[in-house]
Design a protein around this ligand. Structure first.
Ligand code: NAI
Ligand code: MG
Length: 337
């Protein structure tokens, strides 16, 4: 059976790494009909819109997208397409698996998943400056918004994810000792959800500052982490650092009606068009897409092939200390799958 998936090639290195990823998915023999649409600079150039209506309609229909990185203009220009997509489709769960791919780093055999609430907290935009006497920015105030419903859906997502992927434990990360109302609501709601899953998935909770330290001291104690927006933003980068940074980090933005998968890194304008970009993070994101579609076996084959090409065949792009081009890496992965 063929499933339709929206494809956004993105800006900068986007078209190169998306092309490589599409080739590798084709080699897996999975029936995907890519519906190619425009976004970002490509959208501005060809449709005069960074997020054309046709693109939104496509994602609404297919409910699935694979997205190359998009360049966000600094200062003026259009607002972030990434943020617009997240809001349009209410993509409330940001999923970041963190796995050791390249051996010989600071930590070996890391395998954890960080799930970040993506729509609430301090990121709702209630961030204001106030004038006192002549000083326009004498005082500033930010408001965090946490809802029971928002906590419940992301926690339920985390426990469902853990159960479906044979994970043993979910750690709820919070600051409820200080932020008793907002973080307290998250923790209390998480504990109620945890009870429903108690026979399948264990759970515990950690205060965020301790969690940050524990991630460095003993990352192997973690399995799935679920947390609110700001803490998740910080901890997901920290976790990516355990396995050597963003170069091999995929991510998924998942809602009830749509899911969009991408690499965590940006459009790398400094190396765009030279055929040297590392497509591995986007390939791993395609693996998450396949997993989300229920193609668990293909997802695992792809994951294993990428790891084997890097760790055993020693085919690596420049950012990983090798000399392979984007295309050579893609052909090596295609041979393995
Ligand atoms: P970046 O991730 O694009 O690049 C940072 C550094 O990492 C650069 O030296 C780049 O060459 C290198 N790099 C990144 N991905 C690579 C890959 N696959 N292979 C080899 N080297 C790679 O971050 P930067 O420079 O801060 O942002 C560039 C643009 O990307 C900006 O317009 C930013 O807004 C956008 N961006 C988009 C994201 C998205 O669409 N999800 C996420 C992050 C940034
Ligand atoms: Mg961040």
């Amino acid at each position: 059976m063929t499933r339709e998936v929206t494809l956004l090639r993105g800006d900068g290195i986007g078209p190169e790494i998306v092309g490589a990823t599409v080739d590798v998915v084709a080699a897996l023999g999975i029936g995907i009909a890519w519906d190619e649409q425009l976004a970002g600079m490509a959208g501005v150039d060809r449709a005069n819109d960074p997020l054309p209506v046709a693109t939104l309609e496509s994602i609404r229909r297919t409910r699935l997208a694979l997205k190359g990185p998009l360049t966000t203009p600094v200062g003026g220009g259009f607002r972030s397409v990434n943020v617009a997509l997240r809001q349009e489709f209410d993509l409330y769960a940001n999923v970041r698996p963190v796995r050791t791919v390249v051996p010989g780093g600071r930590y070996e055999r890391i395998d954890l998943v960080l799930i970040r609430e993506n729509t609430e907290g301090l990121y709702v935009g209630l961030d204001h400056s106030f004038r006192v006497a002549g000083d326009r920015r004498a005082l500033a105030q930010a408001m965090s918004v946490i809802t029971r419903e928002g906590c419940e859906r992301v926690c339920r997502f985390a426990f469902d994810y853990a159960r479906a992927h044979g994970r043993r434990k979910v750690t709820v990360v919070h600051k409820a000792n200080i932020l008793k109302a907002t973080s307290g609501l998250f923790l209390d709601t998480a504990r109620l959800v945890a009870r429903e899953y108690a026979d399948a998935v264990a759970s515990d909770d950690k205060i965020v500052d301790n969690c940050a330290m524990q991630l460095v001291l003993d990352p192997w104690q973690f399995d799935v982490i679920v947390t609110t927006n700001l803490f998740g933003d910080i901890l997901s980068d920290e976790a990516a650092g355990l396995v050597g940074g963003l170069g091999l980090a995929p991510g998924g933005n998942i809602g009830t009606h749509a899911a969009i998968f991408e690499a965590v890194h940006g459009s790398a304008p400094d190396i765009a068009g030279r055929g040297v970009a590392n497509p591995a993070a986007l390939m791993l994101a395609a693996g998450m897409l396949l997993d989300h579609m229920g193609e668990r076996d293909a997802a695992e084959r792809l994951q294993r092939a990428i790891t084997a090409v890097i760790a055993e065949d020693n085919v690596r792009t420049r950012d990983l200390g090798g000399s392979a081009s984007t295309g050579e890496f893609a052909r090596a992965v295609a041979r393995r799958v």
